[in-house]
Design a protein around this ligand. Structure first.
Ligand code: RRO
Length: 307
């Protein structure tokens, strides 16, 4: 079996294998980018960037719990003007590995302006963050409202030629309905899911641990939620789905693909296990395909829906 068995297409991106780096995990220095590409990740999603610089929330911004990480970073980023330089440097360091720039805004115009600038700086695709669980007037406040979401996706689609991914929030009543809205508005792919709204309180001081009080849970605890979301979305849309949420090993990746994902993003496991997780997941998926007699990883996408 060779690499071709692992290659997948998501929108117009041709990926050498189904593992991508999720948004918000690593810095974007040329050195880090080179290491990521060498590690076997088939694409990189950047931290979310907006029109203007933001410092984000005060510490603590991350809390480790028994069942996963809760973060409330608050969208810290240098703003698109500054970040455009990083996009250019990252592109050069990544060589053929696609760079997907995650974008947020406080209005449809802002999303479109940032997406346009990211595309001009060299982004191979845009991922719209309409699912950050705890920053007011952006993120999930956009992604929870079909009318606003539709306007944002349409505006961005009319402003850039690159594929547009829409990253969805699990913190909604019916994620498949939101997925359908994004698809109708022109989304080329959907990423499911962003973090699950969560909280931790210090029992000695009786004070919420995160400075923002509420954050988003990631890691293995949310995988079953993410699998259910991908499964429900797959029943309702035609565009490719990228699974995200708690992928730690090859079996998790296979489970997402059986649910309907064409590829997966890995985030928290990169923070805990390091970059070797990409190669390990790909090798495990490859061994699974061989053992089960599949010729291509694409054959297992959505397979669980037969039953
Ligand atoms: O920056 C954050 O606090 C953050 C973002 Br933008 C997001 O999309 N999801 C998340 O859990 N945290």
């Amino acid at each position: 079996m060779n690499d071709n068995h692992l290659s997948v297409s998501v929108a117009s991106l041709r990926l050498s294998n189904p593992t991508m780096l999720a948004s918000g995990i690593l810095g974007y220095s040329a050195e880090t980018m080179e290491e990521i590409a060498k590690s076997g990740a088939s694409a990189v999603v950047t931290k979310s960037v907006g029109l203007k610089p933001r410092t984000g929330y005060a510490n603590p911004t991350v809390v480790q719990t028994k069942c996963g990480l809760i973060n409330a970073m608050g969208l810290p980023n240098p703003g698109i003007e500054e970040f455009a330089k990083e996009i250019k440097a990252a592109k050069a360091a990544l060589a053929a590995t696609p760079l997907i720039v995650s974008v947020y805004g406080f209005s449809e115009e802002e999303y479109a302006t940032v997406a346009k600038k990211a595309a001009e700086a060299g982004a191979d695709a845009i991922e719209l963050n309409v699912s950050c669980p705890h920053v007011k007037e952006t993120g999930s406040e956009i992604g929870q409202n079909p009318e606003i979401l539709s306007k944002v996706v349409r505006k961005v689609k009319s402003s850039v030629d690159k594929p547009v991914f829409v990253k969805l929030s699990p913190n909604v009543t019916d994620i498949a309905e939101i997925a359908e809205t994004a698809e109708k508005a022109g989304a080329d792919a959907l990423t499911a899911i962003n973090t699950v709204k969560a909280m931790a309180i210090d029992t000695e001081t009786a004070i919420p641990i995160l400075s923002n009080k509420i954050g988003g849970l990631s890691g293995p605890a949310i995988k079953p939620i993410a699998i259910r979301c991908v499964y429900e979305i797959y029943e309702r849309v035609k565009v490719p789905i990228v699974g995200c949420g708690g992928v730690t090993n090859w079996r998790d990746a296979v489970e997402f693909m059986l649910a309907g994902a064409s590829a997966v993003q890995i985030g928290t496991a990169v923070a805990s296990k390091g970059l070797s997780v990409f190669g390990a997941v790909s090798r495990g998926v490859e061994a699974y395909l061989k053992r089960k007699g599949f010729k291509s990883v694409n054959e297992i996408v959505g397979l669980s829906h037969r039953s």
